[in-house]
Design a protein. Structure first.
Length: 202
């Protein structure tokens, strides 16, 4: 990425099944200077997950100490485990002139939005913040995609659908909304948003 552009903090949220992870991966391929924000968690590693690659794995005590020290930009308790994003992770990327992308839920995005509102206007995090909501073309299509995965029980799918309906109500709070109907079209729209935001910060 050219140094003449100020880097972006991209906060991307979506209901489960909307295709957020695939779109974020495509963005990182299109913008090689972009870095992915690695979250902290208190849950145990799964499969071949590596510390510092997939997550920063912390004990409950370590996580609590970092909360007390005000080190998190956002954090939440999800299904009994804590997850959070360190301010240092974001600040280091921005200081290096790199865009950083955060794939987080609506609660985390709201925490960052509130944190930015409380920051000084010249704070790098506040200046770089852009939030994007990715939505399926319809709830019927979302259900079709979740069923098509063939990995979740009917009970899990119903819970995801209820959660999705609740998450969709947060969409108006985001600066941008991208409808993931046709993947390549949605990926192109995301790339256009980033290019536009880079030019706005020239």
């Amino acid at each position: 990425m050219s140094n003449k552009f100020k880097p972006l903090l991209l906060v991307v949220s979506a209901p489960s099944g909307a295709g957020k992870s695939s779109l974020c991966k495509r963005l990182m391929e299109k913008f090689p200077g972009m870095t992915y924000s690695i979250s902290c968690t208190t849950r145990a590693p799964r499969g071949d997950e590596q510390n510092g690659v997939h997550y920063h794995f912390l004990s409950e005590a370590e996580f609590a100490a970092r909360i007390a020290a005000g080190e998190f930009l956002e954090h939440a308790l999800v299904h009994g485990n804590r997850y959070g994003t360190l301010k240092k992770t974001v600040c280091d990327a921005l200081a290096q002139g790199r865009d950083i992308i955060m794939d987080i839920d609506v609660q985390g995005a709201q925490q960052i939005r509130s944190a930015c509102a409380a920051m000084r206007e010249d704070d790098p995090i506040r200046q770089s913040f852009v939030d994007i909501f990715i939505t399926p073309p319809s709830m019927e299509e979302l259900r079709r995609r979740l069923c098509g995965r063939a990995t979740d029980s009917a009970e899990v799918i119903e819970r995801r659908m209820r959660n999705a309906a609740e998450e969709m109500q947060h969409q108006p709070r985001y600066q941008y909304t991208v409808v993931n109907d046709v993947f390549e079209k949605a990926a192109g729209e995301l790339a256009e948003i980033i290019t536009r935001e880079h030019h706005n910060r020239w």
